[in-house]
Design a protein around this ligand. Structure first.
Ligand code: FAD
Length: 346
């Protein structure tokens, strides 16, 4: 079987590795000069079991096992041990979902669990996910490139032409015929999916995560905060003495039409103000990580099929990449269309 994977982000590379493990001949097309250079760029992401529903928690548990397998293969831990705090929003519902799925969860202030965060303003209540932590993105990139890097072709896919016996993949440099295609092209997915009749979210927004020097060194938990009367944030340690903060701004400030520069400036002003008021960090930005997400998708993913083409999309996919890779590879070989719940059937 010959399969083309479009996109060498974390999802495309995980799928490529899982297909190669099944003995499939794979070409993974990537338009950027390097793998994991768009939404999967940077050096860190949050892993958490904490999610809004028991099914999502269970899918994250499968991902946790996947990261443990990748860590064993790589000979180094790919996910840190700091834990993850979730506060604001529906955190109590998230805690109940974790308990229902059998995941360990602690409630700060009830029992021995104590909230430790590099912040002056601590939330009134929160859950602590002891399985959460920071994913070492550089180590994941190295591992996935070691597993499947030789399959990567540095070409931009211009068109997908389905035929009676498979799909022709056209690039600026030529074309190739494949039995099946997995489309995992991140921000490039909707344009190619439309060519095979699949509609996926196409609206993009600007998002920037900012890094600050920590005032108190140490191992801090990651933190997701959705206060009722303030800006939603996700935060985590992304280096020995640094703290990364991403924010949920008014969508009007980060809409695609606003432009990258204006959206980035508005984000920086808001996050700096927040850092000054609430965090135990030096209020100066020492790092920026930009990406163009589809706004409003939240956790989880969708997989759709048109003939021999499988399309995967979603947001916050890094933590679930081992699950997506296995699911997409298995479904490609079987010719099936998996739902997220199928990740739970092992
Ligand atoms: C700042 C930031 C913070 C985040 N925090 C978290 C977090 O804490 N936890 C978490 O789980 N997730 C987080 N995410 C989201 C997560 O990183 C992404 O969901 C995930 O990396 C997406 O991977 P992907 O492979 O789907 O997309 P991408 O990494 O974007 O990969 C798609 C690839 O396809 C390529 N491509 C596109 N079109 C074409 C084409 N026509 N031909 C060839 N190649 C093409 C692109 O160049 C790209 O490399 C964060 C994202 C950002 C940017």
């Amino acid at each position: 079987m010959r399969v083309a994977v479009v996109g060498a982000g974390v999802v495309g590379l995980a799928t490529t590795a899982a297909l190669l493990r099944r003995g499939v001949e794979v070409s993974c097309y990537e338009r950027s000069g390097a793998p994991m250079a768009e939404r999967s760029a940077g050096s860190s992401r949050i892993f958490r079991l904490a999610h809004a529903t028991p099914d999502l928690v269970r899918v994250a548990q499968v991902a946790q096992a996947g990261y443990a397998r990748w860590s064993a293969e790589a000979g180094a831990p790919l996910v840190g041990t700091g834990g993850c705090v979730v506060s604001g929003g529906d955190w109590r519902q998230w805690a109940a979902a974790m308990a229902e799925a059998g995941a360990a969860v602690e409630i700060a202030g009830e029992g021995p669990a104590r909230l430790r965060l590099p912040a002056h303003t601590l939330p009134a209540g929160a859950l602590i996910d002891p399985s959460g932590g920071v994913i070492d993105v550089d180590a994941v990139r190295r591992h996935l490139v070691a597993l499947g890097g030789e399959a990567v072709i540095a070409e931009r896919v211009e068109a997908l032409d389905p035929g009676p016996r498979g799909v022709t993949v056209r690039t600026g440099a030529g074309s190739g015929s494949y039995d099946a295609v997995v489309l995992a092209a991140g921000a490039g997915t909707s344009a190619l999916a439309a060519q095979v009749g699949i509609e996926t979210p196409g609206t993009l927004a600007h998002h920037v995560r900012f890094t600050f020097p920590l005032r108190r060194p140490g191992l801090w938990p990651a933190w997701i905060d959705k206060p009722a009367d303030g800006m939603g944030t996700y935060q985590h340690q992304n280096g020995p003495g640094t703290w990364a903060v991403g924010s949920e701004l008014d969508p009007a400030l980060t809409a695609w039409e606003v432009g990258r520069d204006a959206a980035s400036a508005a984000s920086e002003a808001a996050v700096l103000r927040y850092a000054r008021e609430h965090l135990d960090v030096e209020p100066r930005v020492v790092g920026r990580l930009y990406c163009a997400p589809h706004p409003g998708l939240g956790d989880g993913f969708e997989i759709r099929r048109s003939g021999s083409v499988l399309v995967a999309y979603g947001e916050n996919l890094f933590k679930l990449a081992p699950v997506l890779g296995e699911l997409l590879a298995g479904a490609t070989v079987a010719g099936s269309t998996p739902a997220m719940r199928d990740a739970l059937v092992r």
